[in-house]
Structures are given as C-alpha cells and as structure tokens.
Design a protein around this ligand. Sequence first.
Ligand SMILES: O=C[C@H](O)[C@H](O)[C@H](O)COP(=O)(O)O
Length: 233
Amino acid sequence: MNAEEMKRSAAARAAELVRDGMRLGLGTGSTARHFVAIVGEKVRAGLKVVCVPTSEATRMQAEAEGIPLTTLDETPALDLTVDGADELDDSLRLIKGGGGALLREKIVAAASRRMVVIADSSKRVDVLGRFPLPIEVNPFGLRATQEAIAQVLARRWPSASLTLRRGADGNPFVTDGGHYILDAALQRIEEPEALAGELVAIPGVVEHGLFLGLASGAIIATEQGLVELGELG
Ligand SMILES: O=C[C@H](O)[C@H](O)[C@H](O)COP(=O)(O)O
C-alpha cells in the first residue's frame, strides 16, 4: 500500500463510526481529505449529517461534495470529529498545524464528544517533537512575541530554532484566522503539558499545535493493516 492508500483506509474505517443524525467535525489535511470525500459519498447515498469544517479548504471541499454544513454558533456541540495529525504518541497526544489549521481544528475538537485521529504509520512516534511545533501568533507585535517564545523555549531547548512560516510567494503564511505561524524545531518534547502551559501564557500566542487530552481514539494505517488506539466508539 502506498501512503495515499493507507490514508484512505484509515479514513474509511473512521467513516464506519458515522451514524445518521450525527454532528461531525471535519478535519483538514491530506488524510482528512479522504474522510471528507467518503462522507460526501455517503451523503449522496442518503446519510443525514451536519458538519463543521476546520478550515476554509475543508469547507470548500465539503461544499463541493454536497455535505450539509453548519457552524459552532448554530451547533455548538458535536458528536465526532475526525482529523489527521502531524504526529501522535501512544497516549494520543498530538502535534497538529502542519497545514496551518490548528486553531479551528482545536476549537472544533474541543467542541466534540469524541475526536478520532486518522493517520498513516509514519505519524506515530515515541516522543513528540520530530515535527516542528506550529505556534500561531497574532501579527501585531510579532517580533516581541517571537522573542518571548524563544525565551521560554531556550530554558529546555538551548538550540531550538523558531521560524516564521512563509508561503510559496515568500510572504508570511496567513492562517484562516489572519494570524502567522512560528514553527519551533525542538526534536523531543518530553513534557508537552508543561510546554503547552507556558506557551498559552505568552501574550500574542493565539494557539499552539499540541493537542493534549483531546483525541479519544486513533486509527493508524500500517503496511500490515489498521491499528486502533484508545476508544473509537
Ligand atoms: O493544519 C493541518 C492539520 O493539523 C493536519 O491535520 C495535519 O497537518 C496533518 O495533515 P496531513 O494529513 O496532510 O498529514
């Protein structure tokens, strides 16, 4: 199986969790994209769901698929969110935000009774941190916020690098919320809870890509088949 087939198989298993009448959160990224496509197929076959997309990209895909959409203002509590991840460990702690959608993804996951992660086996790690941690910041005061973050990181990662994410045009990447992203290359995050607490205490930090205590289950596609972690049902 190639990577896309693995992503599709994890997404297909997650789609089996979807029931008529559910309120769903739709994740963002190349893995979640498969899930949205399968939900679209099911909707066209008669499935009744309402969905909240976690990004403008997912909203556009879902609209094209004919999936009925709602908002967290209309529907503040969701039954299930299915989303990808950039990394996950065996305690279902995640790094997300490689595609820049972390803020909406975290709001939607937190509004959901269950969050199930779908991923191929390359995303599973023993210790989070190989993937640079995305930190979403307000453009106002960027330099001051960046220095405050660097000070926090330097206590445990003296050689950490913090890089402003840029788009293909060389300009700063702008999130759906109008913010910038700083990517922190840390390699190993032994105590993600401690780091998360320190990051959210910095004015100017809007959100970070550590998803802790949010995922209830995971479906990981491997060459040998699907591996399930946590609770799916
Ligand atoms: O901002 C993007 C999201 O957090 C994605 O869920 C994450 O980057 C994983 O994306 P992919 O499935 O494309 O690896």
